[in-house]
Design a protein around this ligand. Structure first.
Ligand SMILES: C[S@@+](CC[C@H](N)C(=O)[O-])C[C@H]1O[C@@H](n2cnc3c(N)ncnc32)[C@H](O)[C@@H]1O
Length: 217
């Protein structure tokens, strides 16, 4: 059963309202179909960090390993969600470093066989087939990663972002790298508008880095 707190309920209602417009609904449907088709045909393992594509753990934008370490220190075992996980490569690296201290969930729009392989090896525990703005969380997470993933590709970044915040445990962190959305200002605006009594902005996306890191207080 999904849980619906106020933030998630209100985001979901905004999505339902937007989808009442037939053209928007059709465009959304097509985008999801397209993403599903890409997931069916690609394994995404090319996104292993390289100098040219410094995503994930070794990227200069931020160090996910450090965030995991901080959260484990605070909470013991932690739940991590990758919102638009691709092949789930990030979890291979985290699993070999942190093992049973993390429970990993990968959200993807379509079935990606390599994710299932990683589920068998234990690097991933759960797979959710869903869309960043339309999914309904069933549990809360201590860390939500979206690196070139759902928050980057969704048609409704503000709604997806609101759901991300709603799905965080108190003390939870989202690590978000959805470059173009931040650049076009929608994320910046939401981040600036966050209630500072409830959210601490650990890293604000600036000219040198697209990454946003926020802590739910
Ligand atoms: C480029 S891939 C991999 C991204 C992954 N974080 C990486 O760097 O390897 C993009 C992923 O985003 C997911 N995705 C695309 N559009 C999405 C959407 N609207 N909502 C959620 N996930 C989406 C796809 O299912 C795929 O898993």
């Amino acid at each position: 059963m999904p849980f619906l707190n106020r933030r998630i309920r209100s985001a979901h209602n905004r999505l339902a309202k937007a989808l009442k417009e037939p053209e928007t609904k059709e465009r959304f449907r097509r985008l999801i179909l397209n993403a599903k088709e890409q997931d069916r045909t690609r394994c995404w393992d090319h996104s292993r960090p390289t100098k040219e594509h410094p995503t994930f753990l070794k990227g200069p934008q931020g160090n996910i390993t450090d965030l995991v370490r901080i959260q484990i220190k605070q909470f013991g075992k932690i739940r991590i969600l990758d919102l638009g996980a691709g092949g789930g490569l990030v979890f291979d690296e985290l699993h070999s470093e942190f093992g049973a201290k993390i429970e990993s969930t990968a959200l993807t729009t379509g079935q990606i066989p390599v994710l299932e392989t990683r589920q068998r090896t234990g690097a991933i525990q759960k797979i959710i087939i869903g869309e960043a703005a339309a999914w309904l969380p069933k549990e809360k997470y201590h860390l939500i990663i979206s690196s070139g993933g759902g928050l980057y590709f969704t048609m409704f970044p503000e709604i997806a972002f609101a759901k991300t915040l709603g799905a965080l445990e108190r003390g939870g962190l989202p690590y978000i790298q959805p470059a173009h959305n931040i650049e076009t200002g929608s994320f910046r605006k939401i981040i600036l508008g966050l209630n500072r009594k409830k959210y601490q902005i650990v890293k604000f996306p600036g000219p040198k880095s697209d990454v946003a890191i926020i802590r739910k207080l």
